[in-house]
Design a protein around this ligand. Sequence first.
Ligand code: GRF
Length: 203
Amino acid sequence: KRIVILISGSGSNMVNLVEHCQAGRINADVVAVIANKADAAGLAKAEKLGVVTECVPHHGYESREAYDQVLVERVQSYQPDLVILAGFMRILTPIFVSAFADRTLNIHPSLLPKYKGMHTHQRALDAGDTEHGVSVHFVTEELDGGPVILQAKVPIFEGDEVEDLQERVHEQEYRIYPLVVRWFCSDRLRLLDGKAHLDGAGL
Ligand code: GRF
């Protein structure tokens, strides 16, 4: 399978996924890493891993749709079977979502449907929650609203700060994102009638 990963920042989930593919733990190749920011630290990390990188800056377009049209063309040029959002901080329009329908995954740092959008760790702390977590879901037109595939919970302890939750959540992200990607790449996971379906492992 061919994977394209979209990032905006440090790209630690991207690095983790590339390493899983390169080690043969996921039956796929990451054929490109694309960022919307030239200074995304993840770009250099991807290059170091020998992955093709590209920057598609989002400035200077007259609309979100106009940018998405260009982004779709760039992603499509790599003919991906799967598109992975890994800290890609752009709201995608139906132009992008429909181009890669049923084959786009995102990871969101909350226990969806709680805390869609930004600043999830702060919001969980402000609400006095005692648990928090992370969700991997299929991307649909509703922001952070597509069918959830897998979640991991983390505890919130008294005195925790955003950085504590960030670290605890990241640790779980590195565990569950590769698992879901492996399912997808071995044809066990699909989006059917708007729901996530996972076939048995056949053990
Ligand atoms: C992760 O917390 C992910 O859940 C969110 O953005 C962050 C990306 O981190 N969507 P990194 O760039 O993979 O380190």
